[in-house]
Design a protein around this ligand. Sequence first.
Ligand SMILES: [Zn+2]
Ligand SMILES: [Zn+2]
Ligand SMILES: [Zn+2]
Length: 385
Amino acid sequence: MTPPASASLRLHPSTARAYRCTCGAQVFFRNNTCLQCGRALGFDPWLGQVLAIEPDAEPGVWHAVAPQGSESGDAPLQRYRRCAQMGTPALCNWLVRDDGSIGAADCSCVACRLNRVIPDLGLERNHEPWRKVELARRRLVSQLIGLGLPVEPLSEDGGPGGLVFDTLVSLPGQAQVLTGHAQGVITLNLAEADDAYREQVRSQMREPYRTLLGHYRHEVGHHFWDRLVRNDPCLQGFRALFGDEQQDYAAALNAHYQQGAPPGWSGAYISSYASAHPWEDWAETWAHYLHMRDTLDTAVSFGMAPDEVDVDALHYLPSVLQEEPSPEAEVFLAMLNAWTRLTAVLNELSRSMGLPDFYPFVLSDTVVRKLHFVHGRVEPFERTT
Ligand SMILES: [Zn+2]
Ligand SMILES: [Zn+2]
Ligand SMILES: [Zn+2]
């Protein structure tokens, strides 16, 4: 069957992932200097672009270099400052838009402002893991902004809606730091940045996939459940698909760790852990949705066209959603079908390298409906951006 055209996806990734310096060289999300021309680079999260920048006459202020051959015109130049965390092991390359009111002293970018507790950077052993954590966190935040989702820091009084990150180190003789979310606070155990540790836990827990970015996408899913579902009319729809979240959370998790996932769990859940409790099901599904969106955006940004690969992949028809057809559902299905085609090829590429599958998941019809439910919560933000 011929897949439906997904031209809009091909032309408009929500989060651009391929960038070029004004000299024409390809540059990357993490770069702060162009290796070809030596220009300084910075990421503007609101534009979603890595920009070549040059210093203004005023110390500490930068502006974007005009692309070669462009007319600069009379438009005032956007003033930028570099994030204060660029000079730290975080190596943050993000830019802060300066309306003239920001001083150099407290100039953290939108992503770094969300950090509340960070590891002791006086200890050199924390530098490398912190760099990895921060790169993953910036990737997360850039995608949330690209999708139009709110990313405001948690207020001092802990009022609803805000978000902060605590990155903690487990100390001998003290309780192990648990990665998790509670009322807008996302806690990460810094040990998760250690590949050997993370792989050991992944293997013990029999997880097919465990990464820093995956942790962040899962935990921020709990935050967005609070924001987008808890007090929303969609709560009934949520319960119909994911189950009643009012069941005892601690008891449900305990039962999951004692007995494991129910037989046949993959017919209804994206992962075995998702079967533990409706909140975990939501967080796992939400994380998966963000994986799909970012990876597809990356493929599209680099000019890949999933519709044009010669592969027989799973193809979902509108009937899978069990609801009236709508333009929104059409966009979702086009994205999902592009995704199954892309990942079918990526898995073959992994096998050619003798690596584990790039995408070790199969999406059952129920999981597709859950992903569609997540899409329905995100899409209104995207539309108004
Ligand atoms: Zn350059
Ligand atoms: Zn920063
Ligand atoms: Zn969770």
